[in-house]
Design a protein around this ligand. Structure first.
Ligand code: CP
Ligand code: NVA
Length: 307
């Protein structure tokens, strides 16, 4: 059966670990796997802007022997005249996999339904599972085993990143804390899914409104933009509502002495994080950005092996 990655809990704990192991192997030996040699094409579709996702998929697909076809939705029929389902049925006859950055999770689900090739969520309004594979890889490199580590996220708990940390973090057996105002707390169904997964792995998800309580003793401190793509009209309200969740040196001082700081980027210095944190010695954001390449290559190799 064709496997897809639409949300972080589409992978079991064992599958997530297998992909991260493979990512480490591919980081050590970049041209080890060539499942797309031929070359086969992978379609990478963008409804929203991107730097890291676009570059890392294009480079990674080429590393795997394949040919990336980067499509901007603005110049395609998708989103205008054609449904995700019809687009998928056209693409599946010509490409080995479909990677899509979009708004609604429902569009990804429609794309994946009955599609013969793997569909990968390259960010939706609800989840960013490719980013999480890179983040977990980075944390593994800097901290060793993931199980039992405490990761604290600050800011927009309703964002794709917060939801993905909740699901992917507990899948890895981590203790995930999300600190946000009550109105920005993660979606209840995502919390319920994370709780179910945590019961399997020994991880946990805890919601906080007090950022200092969330930071206390954490191994990983993380934040994301306060104004995600598509939320630009709410900018004024968001800067006001999320102001006290900024990651500062004071936040880092409450965490473990050897805590690392991660951020998916792009970052708004002075808003969700101070420059002396993101550009400081505890920040591993450049490793994290590089790891998009290795993690997504491993994901594609793994998905193609399931075909
Ligand atoms: N982190 C991330 O997905 O970056 P881009 O928006 O640049 O792809
Ligand atoms: N939450 C951000 C992530 C960007 C990679 C957004 O959706 O814009």
């Amino acid at each position: 059966m064709t496997r897809h990655l639409l949300r972080d809990d589409d992978l079991t704990p064992a599958e997530q670990a297998e992909i991260l192991d493979l990512a480490l192997e591919l980081k050590a030996d970049r041209w080890k796997e060539k499942p797309l040699a031929g070359p086969q094409t992978v379609a990478v579709i963008f409804d929203k802007s991107s730097t890291r996702t676009r570059v890392s998929f294009a480079v990674g697909i080429a590393d795997l022997g394949g040919s990336p076809l980067i499509i901007s939705t603005a110049n395609s029929q998708l989103g205008g005249k054609e449904t995700p389902s019809d687009t998928a049925r056209v693409l599946e006859r010509q490409v080995a996999a479909i990677v899509w950055r979009t708004y609604a999770q429902a569009g990804l689900e429609e794309m994946a339904k009955d599609t013969r090739v793997p569909v990968v969520n390259a960010l939706s309004d609800d989840f960013h599972p490719c980013q999480l594979l890179a983040d977990l890889l980075t944390i593994r490199e800097h901290k060793g085993e993931l199980k039992g580590l405490t990761l604290a996220f600050f800011g927009d708990g309703l964002s794709n990143m917060a939801h993905s940390y909740a699901l992917a973090g507990v899948t890895a057996g981590m203790h995930v804390r999300i600190a946000s105002p009550e109105d920005y707390a993660p979606r209840e169904d995502v919390v319920a899914d994370a709780d179910r997964r945590a019961a399997e792995t020994g991880g946990s998800l805890t919601l906080f409104t007090d950022p200092n309580e969330a930071a206390a003793g954490a191994d990983i401190i993380v934040t994301d933009t306060w104004v995600s793509m598509g939320k630009e009209e709410e900018k004024t309200a968001r800067l006001r509502d999320l102001g006290s969740y900024k990651v500062t040196q004071e936040t880092m001082a409450l965490a473990q002495e050897d805590a690392v700081f991660i951020h998916c980027l792009p970052a708004d210095r002075g808003y969700e994080v101070d420059a002396d944190v993101i550009d400081g010695p505890q920040s591993v954001v450049w490793d994290e950005a590089e790891n998009r390449l290795h993690a997504q290559k491993a994901l594609l190799v793994w998905l193609l092996r399931q075909q």
